[in-house]
Design a protein around this ligand. Sequence first.
Ligand SMILES: Cc1cc2nc3c(=O)[nH]c(=O)nc-3n(C[C@H](O)[C@H](O)[C@H](O)COP(=O)(O)OP(=O)(O)OC[C@H]3O[C@@H](n4cnc5c(N)ncnc54)[C@H](O)[C@@H]3O)c2cc1C
Length: 421
Amino acid sequence: MDSGDTAIFEPENWRLTDKQIELATVARKLGQEKFAQRAFEYDREATFPTENYQDLATSGLLGICVPERFGGAGADYQTYMLTAAEIGRYCGATALTFNMHVSSCLWTGFLADGLEMDDSQRKEHEAYRKHHYARIVEEGAIYAQPFSEGGAAAAGFKAFGTTAVRSDGGWIVNGKKIFASLSGHADYYGVLCTELEHSDEKPSRRNTMYIAIPNTAEGVSVVGDWDPLGMRGTVSRTLIFNDVFVPYQEQLMPRGIYYSAAQNWPHMFMTLTPSYMGIAQAAYDFTVRYLRGEIEGMPPVKRRMYPTKQLAAAQMRIMLEQTKAIWFQAISEARPGPDKASVMRAWAAQYTVMENANEISRLAIRTCGGQSMLRTLPLERLYRDSRCGSLMLPWTAELCMDKLGREALYEEGETDDEDAA
Ligand SMILES: Cc1cc2nc3c(=O)[nH]c(=O)nc-3n(C[C@H](O)[C@H](O)[C@H](O)COP(=O)(O)OP(=O)(O)OC[C@H]3O[C@@H](n4cnc5c(N)ncnc54)[C@H](O)[C@@H]3O)c2cc1C
């Protein structure tokens, strides 16, 4: 896309902090000047955006959520989300994989700092995260976040089938993760698995462990091909762990803390949305430029004078404003122990961003017309990438609807058993 984009969230109107303005500007500049041009090839070839990651490292964004005292940029949740949305605008796959990497710092940093831990857990956590942050800040290490297994575990209903059996000085990990974005490209896989004392113990969600497994560890392999509809640059192939030994110091969070985070910090599951917030903005921006005859490399034909185009532009703008408003509000409320209204708004925001990004892209293609969906232009990629948003567990569009419907009609502890009797 051509240069000259202004911020998705204008700093003054949305009352952004200096740090938010600074980091979002760095991301927007990188996106405009570098990522936008490279996105076509990553998508066509379904290859990992390695060059973009070199730029993210050089600009300091790899350590965006590493606390300042560990050498990072010290971004909080909202600052990360606003920055990542600017990346998603230019390359959805880079923003989505960037989320997997950043979550390893956000969850262990800003989020963990707000969780209850006793002194010994806090001390343990401090030692572990120092070790991970040094790799990221000093060595440019990239972390992935492979949770999904193809069953109910990633949706939060069951214990993870990937197991970590205690052994001398560490665990023996076995299991399979599907849709493991950055597979073969991350230096470490931040894996959620179930700790077991011995291999025939019954798995429990309370014993979920979050541990980093080096991609070079013996027994780690990446299998299968990757030729999906959208988000092709994420290279989300299947990861296999076969008797992988992982030392205890590779924990990303002490025992029990991931479970506590998932219960008490629900907004942690919204971090997949910025990629799609950026895509929604990009589809709108493209449409405005196209109808004004301002797309680089296209004949300068104006189409803005047709009332139907104006109506569609209005419809897209309304949808974009609605999406931005609920998303910004929801990410502003993120905190430990939010009340019911806040959690319901987070689900509604997640649903809105994921579904509206695709709807805005759909309207963009219909409105701009036939030539706009040629593969030489970004619009058809935005359309395909945006379709993937609603599928992301644990907060898929369907599960957000399930939870919202249930919470709207039931208060805590209520059942219909009496009515049935
Ligand atoms: C581009 C892309 C990148 C991804 N990257 C990663 C990654 O890096 N790490 C990672 O861990 N995952 C990743 N995922 C996986 C993603 O989060 C989901 O786990 C995956 O899309 C689920 O696919 P599935 O076929 O297993 O769907 P299913 O689990 O079968 O779900 C299908 C639908 O059924 C519904 N559903 C599922 N379980 C239940 C239930 N128990 N009750 C009611 N409804 C339910 C959900 O709404 C869901 O949409 C990625 C996915 C995509 C598309």
